[in-house]
Write a protein that binds this ligand. Structure first.
Ligand code: FUL
Length: 691
């Protein structure tokens, strides 16, 4: 009986169904819906962060600022659209309302919006201008509407949900089609709240009544995808970091209910019951909002390329943020950086070395032409190479016909039928030997592998394990131009500057006087002893080709050689002032907030600010609320500044706080709260800004 059945199956696979058509594979496991597929194919789109924060130099506005301060006099959404289009992006998501509650459109339901700002004498509407610009440039429009609203008096009460839905209705009704809606999960508690100035925490899972909010959204915008990192499982997921990457292993699946850990956000869940693909959100600068001091901190080409390959090169999409400046424009430095990225990507993927090459496979579904390996090389997204149902491994070999040089491999699964591949490897035939280039895990919608340049006559792609029979819709082979990385600069406590290039074959040149570095500058050979305030500017130059890297630039204040940590017996505590961002020190665990760290500067200084870098690579011990005191005698302490390190949980970078000049011999950083709500307090670095 069983034998009879397998003969029937074999015959069906060989000759197809009764119409003579070979039978395509059936979907396996959860599959994307049509909105998710349309979204995934967009691959790359922009975020714009603009609000009152842009004018107050903050990452999170408190909700109390006078709307009059909002005045981006040269605001030009067509400039944003032009840059995004030229960068190869497919859409723009705008912070229509960030946590401060200030609305970039003249909402009927609040006075806290552009209508009471100085911009266009209150007659403007940025959502409208952006919707029009997107239309003109063939881009899609997305909306960020912060659930947390630090201005609205009823935030925290049921009344706010009506307000929130009214605003959603305005945004999803009046501005044409919206491709994505973005609900940030942040709630730092404190806020202005109509003058109450208090702390209001809510349960993000239940407070916003997401099921009914989602229903409303889908009714108003049937083609939309919903991103939500705080509440109910939505159509898309956060990838657990704002640093610009998703895990190499990246399943587009999660469970519809139950706890979601950072690890699940990063890697998805191999056996998840729902299709919830990852979107990599990151900013082109360290912060999300514009800060003039970050004009020299725009991500370099190598850094942006890393993000590119670690996002939609790993089965994600890339949502890259521009902190629009006070003029209302994408800053020149950001434009230059993103266009440089676009140009490098264009050059890299201009020629697919696999096109029209001889290709063979270890197995072809039913031996049918329509599922042959050439379907993975034909450039069409709806054709694919498929194997017989029972197989969980298979290989495809491309014969270049002659020695061919390459360093990138691109592969795509046909995701309408599910994500299947669990592991694969890549080998190249160099001379007469097969050499392994990579072993990897998942593929998904798109996977791009980066490896050292190789010259080979053949390339073998082997799927070593899969959840169901593999289906590959596209394969490409490319030779990317070499790009040098900007060197890394550090200065230790005693003032010794170390500069390191990633590429050991390059020479490093530097200046200390603020002038632009070049081959004419001093060549770096060993750490350089420095003193006082300096600016280090440096580049790496390839010793063979003479090509230069992007410039790295770092400003340092006074050295910390006379500094002493006062209240701490632990020797390791010196990590706090050693100048190395990768070392950290954590106060003993049994502390109760507030927790202090006191530093003797060794001499009197006039301070205008301080810097705090949390320990890198750990999610605990990150200070969120602080006070910073100074003293000249260690008896009387003066509060120089206090407040929150906004968004430090998701974006744990160096925090810079400035204040009016004050004399200090001793400083005290007091941690009032951390991001986890417990007593753990850690420090990567503490530094000061002198007058
Ligand atoms: C975060 C927010 O708190 C930031 O301010 C920013 O909007 C970012 C995209 O999401 O969690």
């Amino acid at each position: 009986m069983l034998r009879g059945l397998s003969i029937v199956l074999l015959v069906t696979q060989l000759f197809g169904n009764c119409l003579g058509q070979p039978i395509p594979p059936k979907p396996f496991g959860p599959v994307p819906n049509k909105n998710q597929i349309r979204w995934q194919q967009m691959e790359y789109y922009a975020f714009i962060h603009l609000s009152t924060n842009t004018f107050t130099d903050q990452e999170w506005g408190y909700g109390e600022d006078d709307p009059k301060i909002f005045n981006p006099e040269k605001l030009d959404c067509r400039q944003w659209a032009r840059v995004c289009k030229a960068a190869g992006m497919k859409g723009i998501i705008l912070t229509a309302k960030h946590h401060s509650g200030f609305c970039l459109w003249p909402s009927k339901y609040t006075e806290y919006s552009v209508k009471n700002s100085s911009w266009k004498a209150g007659k403007g509407d940025i959502v409208r201008e952006l919707a029009d610009a997107c239309k003109e440039y063939g881009l899609k429009l997305g909306i960020y509407l912060s659930p947390w609203d630090r201005n609205y008096s009823d935030y925290g009460k049921p009344e706010y949900i009506t307000y929130f839905r009214n605003q959603l209705t305005e945004l999803l009704t009046n501005y044409g089609e919206v491709f994505e809606i973005w609900f940030d999960g942040a709630n730092g508690g404190s806020g202005y709240y109509g003058g109450a100035n208090e702390t209001r925490r809510i349960d993000a899972k239940t407070y916003y009544d997401w099921p009914n909010t989602y229903k409303l959204i889908r009714k108003l915008q049937p083609n939309i995808v919903i991103w939500n990192d705080g509440g109910d499982r939505a159509d898309l997921r956060w990838v657990g970091t704002e640093d610009g990457h998703v895990g190499e292993k990246n399943w587009s699946l999660l469970n519809a209910t139950g706890e979601v850990t950072r690890d699940m956000l990063r890697h998805g869940l191999e056996n998840g019951d729902s299709w919830v693909p990852g979107e990599v959100n990151t900013s082109i600068r360290p912060g999300w909002f514009y800060h003039e001091y970050e004009d020299s901190k725009v991500k370099t080409l190598p850094r942006l390329l890393e993000t590119y390959y670690s996002s939609f090169g790993r089965n994600g999409t890339l949502l890259l943020n521009f902190p629009v400046d006070k003029r209302g424009l994408i800053h020149e430095n950001d434009e230059k950086a993103v266009l440089e990225l676009a140009e490098t990507v264009r050059k890299t993927f201009a020629i697919d070395l696999a096109t029209n090459k001889k290709v063979s496979a270890s197995n072809v579904r039913g031996n049918a032409k329509v599922f042959g390996p050439d379907k993975a090389l034909d450039g069409k997204k709806d054709t694919y190479w498929a194997t017989d149902d029972k197989l969980r491994s298979a290989s495809l070999t491309i014969d270049f016909g002659k020695p061919t040089t390459f360093n990138r491999f691109l592969v795509q699964e046909y995701i309408p039928l599910g994500q299947r591949v669990k592991s694969f490897q890549l080998e190249a035939k160099v001379g007469s030997e097969w050499k392994q280039l990579a072993t990897q895990s998942t593929i998904g919608y798109k996977r791009i592998l980066v490896f050292p340049t190789v010259q080979a006559t053949q390339l073998r792609f082997t799927i070593t394990d899969a959840k169901s029979s593999p289906i590959i819709s596209n394969i490409g082979v490319y030779n990317a131009p070499q790009v040098l990385t900007a060197p890394a600069i550090t200065r230790n406590k005693d003032g010794a500057v170390t500069i390191e290039a990633a590429d050991k074959e390059s020479d490093i040149y530097y200046t200390l006087d603020g002038s632009a570095p070049g081959k004419h500058s001093t060549r770096y050979t060993a750490p350089v002893q420095t003193d006082g305030k300096i600016e280090v500017r440096t580049i790496a130059v390839d010793s063979k080709s003479g090509a230069g890297s992007p410039e790295a630039r770092e400003k340092f204040d006074i050295t910390r050689k006379t500094w002493k940590l006062l209240n701490l017996a632990d020797e390791k505590a010196n990590a706090v002032i050693d100048g190395n961002p990768n070392t950290a020190w954590y106060q003993p665990r049994d502390q109760k907030m507030p927790v202090d760290i006191v530093i003797d500067l060794g001499e009197q200084q006039t301070l205008t600010g301080f810097k705090y870098l949390p320990g890198q690579g750990r999610i605990d011990g990150i200070i969120s609320h602080f006070q910073f005191y100074v003293s000249t005698d260690r008896q009387t302490w003066k509060l120089a500044t206090e407040g929150e390190f906004s968004n430090i949980k998701n974006n744990p970078l160096i925090q810079i706080k400035q204040f009016d000049a004050v004399k200090a011999w001793y400083i005290k950083l007091r941690a009032l709260q951390n991001t986890q709500g417990n007593g753990e307090v850690g420090y990567g670095e503490i530094d000061v800004i002198t007058q």
